[in-house]
Design a protein around this ligand. Sequence first.
Ligand SMILES: NC(=O)c1ccc[n+]([C@@H]2O[C@H](COP(=O)([O-])OP(=O)(O)OC[C@H]3O[C@@H](n4cnc5c(N)ncnc54)[C@H](OP(=O)(O)O)[C@@H]3O)[C@@H](O)[C@H]2O)c1
Length: 336
Amino acid sequence: MEKTMRAIGIKGGKGPADALFIDNIPIPVPGKNQALVKVKAFGLNRMDLLQREGKYPVPPQAPSTMGVEFSGIVQSFGDDAEQDFKIGDEVFGLAYGGAYAEYIAVSTHMLVHKPPELSWEETAGIPETWITAIQAMYLIGEFEPGKSILWHAGASSVSIAGIQLSRENNARAIYVTAGSQEKIDFCVGELGATAGFNYRTDDWAAEIQRATANQGVDLVIDFVGATHFQGNLDVAGRDGHIVQLGQMGGSTLPAGVDISGFIRKRLRLEGSTLRSRDEQYQKRLRDLLVEHAMPKFKDGTFRVFLEKVFPFEQIVDAHKLLESNRTKGKIICTVD
Ligand SMILES: NC(=O)c1ccc[n+]([C@@H]2O[C@H](COP(=O)([O-])OP(=O)(O)OC[C@H]3O[C@@H](n4cnc5c(N)ncnc54)[C@H](OP(=O)(O)O)[C@@H]3O)[C@@H](O)[C@H]2O)c1
């Protein structure tokens, strides 16, 4: 086998989308528990934009190449790999990094068998966002059927997964916010959200209070941060949870934020990340995905929404599209 491979590099180590280029680097050698996978497709994620700019705390075990999700074919194994996989298997999975390449060395604990019903592109777009939504809803947010839920950035890939999970797990009501009517219509019409509000033009917190007769929602999943903080406190119902997964709208609160709702309504706020979690925790999430979501992908109940597929030589255009905030679903790159 050849010893080097093509992988996406960043000129100067960090920079804008135009700094991305096709580099030639050594093929990784699978370590303990790992498989070497020939990548067929990989998914882009928001954090890739931050990592590209040198603003993401990359975990120590991650290679310098970006990319945390992929689909592909198993080539070889390191020691002590999971027995459930063999050479030639079609798989997809989550990684600490390294997916923007022709080959990736990755823990077998994070691999999933690719079902024939789904394409390479679709499966490459599942791991990061679906596992994040599962973690936020169930492990952190303690969601149960009959609860109500609010997904901010409703047409983001994490929320697209979360809305489908909420719908199939009998949420009492699913509210979303998004930055355009087109995205709200998508969340309600295609995904099954109950109602959506445009955070640019509506007082979304007042609208949700009206829709819930001032009872608020049981669980708020937020990626926006500072600009939504007060609204989240206002719409969280009694004993509600707010799960903070991002800070796209800033991390410094404006003056005048009133935190009295925390005490009055007995609220809980909890932040989380996926990439900083250890392998055993991620394996647990992989198993939840396989058990609870994969059967519903196979029968068509759950869908992966693909915004656009690029050949990986067009990675600059792919990053620019993600940065545009115009997407309603995953951007995927294919590797020939
Ligand atoms: N903590 C974790 O474990 C974890 C894991 C995965 C992802 N995340 C986070 O989850 C979020 C969604 O990720 P994704 O890959 O699903 O994103 P995505 O598909 O790229 O969608 C992001 C959307 O967020 C909205 N947005 C951007 N800036 C905003 C702002 N300042 N205020 C309000 N909305 C804004 C935009 O839609 P509009 O048109 O609606 O504005 C944009 O299209 C990101 O913040 C990401 O970092 C966290």
